[in-house]
Design a protein around this ligand. Structure first.
Ligand code: SF4
Length: 167
């Protein structure tokens, strides 16, 4: 049997959570032998088709294309995990949810008719079943590696219920 296949997908986001994963080089080495990263455009040229054993999703759903794409990713993924505030709650781009998006586009773009956008920015869990949510902006790289290690070991991840220190 081959190694578990890991994929990293981006939706509307600043890329900061993916960068947290890239910054976790030393920690990544601890799991590098146990899995195969088969889709991670931010970091590698590998963009293999599914199925995937673990999919990490950064970003929120903001366009009709996003809404279609996440459905396919869900079908392709055994374990789907959202990483960061954009993916788990809609992110800073959800601040527009209470405003008139069309008016924003008219004031920013010369030809807003070319832009296809949903009325709201929504979390991934509004669209598909999510197996695990890792919160933070950006995520904590140690918590991310802990979740991946726990999946590989078949145990429950030891992550806090909140990502902000309340001490
Ligand atoms: Fe960037 Fe924060 Fe969104 Fe992560 S959660 S992609 S750091 S804005």
């Amino acid at each position: 049997m081959g190694k578990p296949r890991l994929a990293v997908f981006k939706f509307a986001s600043c890329d900061g959570c993916q960068l947290s994963l890239l910054d976790a080089e030393d920690q990544l080495l601890s799991v590098a032998d146990a899995l195969e990263i088969v889709y991670f455009p931010e970091a590698t040229s590998r963009m293999e088709a599914g199925p995937y054993d673990i999919s990490l999703i950064e970003g929120s759903i903001t366009t009709p294309h996003d809404a279609t794409r996440i459905q396919q990713i869900r079908r392709d993924s055994r374990f789907l995990m959202t990483i960061g505030a954009c993916a788990t709650s809609g992110g800073i781009q959800a601040l527009r949810n209470g405003a008139d998006s069309a008016e924003f586009m008219r004031s920013v773009y010369a030809t807003p008719g070319y832009i296809e956008v949903l009325e709201h920015s929504t979390p991934i869990a509004d669209h598909v079943a999510v197996d695990f949510e890792l919160r933070g902006c950006p995520i904590n790289q140690y918590q991310l590696i802990e979740v991946i290690q726990s999946l590989l070991a078949g145990r429950t991840p030891r992550t806090p219920g909140h990502s902000v220190c309340l001490d």
